[in-house]
Write a new protein. Structure first.
Lengths: 203, 164
């Protein structure tokens, strides 16, 4: 029933005064932050999986190696060997730089690719490095390689994730809400890192 | 009569310009791309000097320079730097994830800084390290060449680098 304060200026009764609809605001905030964070969540999640397995593969680059054979070149000084190898291997010109790790081995460096030639054995490996499609850039952002402005964006995103997590707990009420089974799921989720830390530290 | 762009479009253009300027900002400096804390020392120690008299430099912070001949192909956690003499190179090892060298630094010139370190390895450890490095490069480890494996390894525990 409207109270005396719920009377409009024209004297007609207004809507009933109710408390702040915080659950509705919470749900709206959770929904809109969710939309806002979709793209960044995908970037961080996909690159996160890729980077987790960095011991098994390079998540940012693919390396293509091609073996070539050539008429062996006599071991002499580096510049002479480089000139002969460029000719024998049909390389597009002198390399930007070269190095000899061993007398018979010459490494020649070009932009984005290199050649390691065993002059005595007449065997060379041409190595080309390729950035992995999408993953290269996603990993770059995940690892905060751009720094500067990206640091702020990543910090803001992390803060939004905190908000998403907190608001997410209060979207529903009742049996499926935090007071119902929600609290058990929250505790189960928290138990995973807590148990892991306990095992790592004390067992 | 030309139509004026909408306020939304003008705002989007300004935001795009600000973003472009901000993104283009810090990473590759005119003098090269900085990794970690960069370099601060001015005196360069030749790699040949480090390898000739390693014990004199162990534990000291040194600045070296040279050609990057190889990069850790998985984690970007080390680079090999060619010495000033032929057949010599020195590894700059960095903490995993703290500095990540991209594959494209291979073949470029680097100035790097860090603590010159000696690692004593048993023969088994040396063989295991050589096997792991071969595996990282996608090569087959040949134990027949195990004679090349040193029992003490010198490297620089890197804190920063500038690649040009």
């Amino acid at each position: 029933m409207p109270s005396s304060g719920d009377v409009a200026m024209d004297g007609r009764p207004g809507p009933a005064r109710r408390g702040i609809p915080w659950r509705r605001w919470n749900s709206a905030l959770h929904r809109d932050l969710g939309y806002l964070c979709v793209a960044l969540t995908l970037v961080y999640a996909v690159s996160g999986i890729a980077l987790n397995h960095i011991h098994d593969w390079n998540p940012s680059y693919g390396v293509v190696r091609e073996e070539r054979r050539f008429e062996p070149v006599p071991v002499s000084d580096r510049d002479a060997m480089v000139a002969q190898l460029v000719e024998r291997l049909g390389l597009p010109g002198p390399p930007k730089d070269a190095f000899r790790p061993r007398p018979e081995t010459v490494e020649m460096f070009y932009d984005g690719w290199s050649v390691e030639a065993d002059a005595a054995a007449g065997k060379a490996i041409v190595e080309r490095v390729r950035e992995r499609f999408l993953l290269f850039d996603a990993n770059r952002l995940h690892l905060n390689r751009p720094r500067g402005l990206w640091t702020w964006i990543a910090d803001l995103y992390a803060a939004l994730l905190v908000l998403l997590a907190v608001t997410g707990m209060f979207v529903l009420k009742g049996r499926t809400g935090l007071a119902g089974r929600g609290k058990w799921l929250v505790l189960a989720g928290a138990a995973v890192p807590v148990l892991f830390v306990v095992v790592l530290r004390w067992l | 009569m030309a139509r004026r762009p909408s306020i939304g479009l003008a705002l989007a253009q300004r935001l795009a310009l600000i973003l472009a300027l901000a993104v283009a900002g810090p990473a590759p400096a005119a003098e090269g791309t900085v990794y970690g804390t960069g370099v601060s020392r001015t005196e360069v120690v030749e790699i040949s000097a480090l390898l000739d008299h390693p014990e004199a430099y162990v534990g000291k912070t040194v600045r070296v320079q040279g050609l990057v001949t190889d990069v850790c192909p998985r984690r970007g956690c080390w680079i090999d730097i060619a010495g000033d003499r032929e057949f010599e190179k020195l590894r700059l090892k960095v903490d995993d994830g703290v500095i990540v060298f991209p594959m494209e630094v291979k073949g470029k010139r680097v100035v790097a800084e860090g603590v010159f370190t000696k690692i004593d390895l048993t023969r088994g450890e040396a063989l295991e390290q050589a096997r792991r490095h071969a595996e990282e490069r996608g090569e087959t480890f040949d134990p027949a060449r195990a004679g090349d494996v040193a029992a003490a390894v010198y490297q620089i525990q890197g804190t920063g680098a500038v690649v040009r």
